[in-house]
Ligand binder design. Sequence first.
Ligand code: ADP
Length: 200
Amino acid sequence: MTFILGLTGGIGSGKSAASQWFETQGIQVIDADIVAREIVKKGQPALAKIQKAFGDWVLLENGELNRRALRDYIFKEADARHQLEQITHPAIRTSIIQQLHAATSPYVILVSPLLFETNQHQLTQHTLLIDASEEVQLQRASTRDGQNIEQIRKIIAAQMPRRQKQAQADDRVLNDGHLEQLYAQLKPLHLQYLARSELS
Ligand code: ADP
């Protein structure tokens, strides 16, 4: 079986930057956020289930998911988020497993901001945390997304606390310097993962 690395980190920690570096080394990356968007595309079974559970108002006129309306609804209705996740989480998991199996690189990476929170780490053999201080997260994420600091603070507060992720992850890199410093830390890890993948 292919060696699967789970890569995680809070918003703005540098998960995408790290993933892109691994891709330049020929390692395939499956992004849980992208999968989450794919499984609710027009024509997908999960979207039909959402429509059945909540009503036709969840669809836009062109048949695509009305994300904004659903987000607002979930915010107001306490049980709705749970109901939605019961539909989406299994579909996300199934699609991730299919993509992991289809991967052909020496090892494969599953990147997810909620790797531990959603138990997606159980799909992996080893985990790597991209870590950054909250100040760095706030500064990078606000520059990237144009979101205000308060919105990003709320997202950070909803994610697993940094210390808990540090305790749970097998490997950790601190991404508080230049990108070159990040890559220099990733390189020896990549060599270890390659060696492990040859054994598995
Ligand atoms: P995540 O995927 O964890 O939310 P990103 O990898 O998108 O975070 O990083 C957030 C922003 O900060 C991006 O614009 C990225 O290019 C930038 N960034 C990440 N790491 C560094 C770094 N070491 N130095 C400078 N900018 C960085």
